[in-house]
Design a protein around this ligand. Structure first.
Ligand code: FE2
Length: 376
């Protein structure tokens, strides 16, 4: 495992052909956007932000946008049969379609990506309303996932043109989720390096870490992973592929039930994971459980940390340390009918890595779930 240094980062900033300010939004195609929005609000502490549908003149789809601090999630369902969104949902179940990247110039970003071999999803398109204009463009990545570049410097509206403010009297208390820390893709065996190269060549990302089956394996399953980051580190995309094991790996299970490559998990950051996870559990979010023996050797493994061990143990929060600090993390169970996507809650205290020291305990927890599903 290796990390990039800050000297390298400064040097790279001058030559960065694809500056990205951060994640703009994540859009999921779901079978019932209205009910999904209620889940994100009531269980995960998001607030109503924007709406598009019949009432706004949109005859094809209905979208609810929810927000928590810097995280915007768009939930979209088709209003009629025979649509491409409906086909997407039939094939994949609920899942991430769009990872939108906030840029200063969406035409430039598109042109640079296309010049470097991207496959076009959407040519630069100007959309405007009374609140100003937005330019969006898009390219394909693994599976049916796309990146949409969003240029919103001339826009003051609530989300995007075409959306109206979604006022709701239902305002559940936020749980302290701050921003998208990373988003992980699962790809087919043999495709990891193809997508690593794509992020390097098309978007100017760097590989900041890699894990092989020696790092990530249990008695039964294994996977390989490489972590791609943009220049300023705000966008991090680990890419997993299955490695041969004695039984079916979690990546294989995902690929089978998602019927293809796609987003495995979205990691969202908090400043206080004990408080956040306590609130999420009170609202019914289920997490992978870790054997209490994990905590017997925790301090030995990660050294002194600010938090008391007992609440971490009560909640099942994992801890790992790297050269730069430590991190706390926990993983939800999968959040839709199919055993595909889930969320990670992460609090970084200096650490820039992804919890390699927890992989074994985590994968054993996932295998217990797979065992129950008969998919191991
Ligand atoms: Fe993660």
């Amino acid at each position: 495992m290796s990390l990039i240094t800050s000297d390298q980062k400064t040097a790279d900033a001058a030559t960065d052909f694809m500056p990205i300010n951060g994640t703009d939004y994540i859009e999921l195609y779901v079978s019932n956007a209205k009910q999904a929005a209620y889940f994100y609000k009531s269980a995960m502490g998001f607030q109503s932000l924007a709406y598009s549908g019949l009432e706004t003149g949109n005859r094809e789809t209905e979208s609810y946008v929810v927000v928590q601090d810097k995280i915007r999630i768009v939930l979209t369902s088709p209003l009629r049969s025979g649509s491409d969104i409906g086909r997407h949902i039939d094939k994949h179940g609920d899942g991430v379609k769009v990872n939108a990247l906030w840029v200063d110039d969406a035409t430039y970003a598109y042109d640079e990506a296309m010049k470097r071999g991207a496959k076009s999803y959407m040519k630069p398109r100007e959309e405007s309303d009374a609140d100003g204009k937005v330019v969006r463009s898009g390219i394909h990545t693994y599976g049916e996932v796309v990146h949409i570049f969003v240029e919103r410097k001339d826009y003051n509206g609530v989300f995007l043109p075409g959306f109206t403010k979604w006022d709701s009297y239902f305002k559940p208390e936020p749980v302290g989720l701050k921003f998208v820390d990373h988003m992980v893709g699962n790809v087919e065996l043999g495709n990891m390096n193809k997508w690593v190269n794509f992020y390097q060549e098309v978007l100017g990302f760097k590989q900041i870490m890699s894990f092989d089956d020696n790092d990530i394996s249990t008695e039964f399953t294994a996977l390989m992973s490489k972590v791609m980051s943009n220049n300023n580190g705000r966008i991090k995309f680990p890419i997993n592929e299955p490695a041969p094991g004695l039984k079916k790996s979690q990546v294989d299970e995902y690929l089978e039930f998602y019927e293809g490559e796609g987003v495995q998990h979205v990691a969202v950051a908090t400043d206080n994971i004990i408080d956040t996870v306590t609130k999420l559990k009170e609202r019914g979010i289920e997490f992978l459980s870790i054997p209490s023996t994990y905590y017997d050797v925790l301090e030995e493994r990660v050294g002194k940390i600010d938090e008391d061990i007992q609440p971490l143990k009560d909640l099942g929060i994992l801890v790992d340390r790297d050269e730069e600090g430590y991190l706390l993390q926990i993983f939800t169970k999968t959040i839709q009918a199919r055993p595909t996507m889930f969320f990670e809650i992460i609090q970084r205290k200096g650490a820039t890595s992804f919890g390699k020291g927890n992989f074994k305990a985590l994968f054993e927890a996932i295998e217990r779930e797979q065992e129950l599903r008969g998919t191991l």
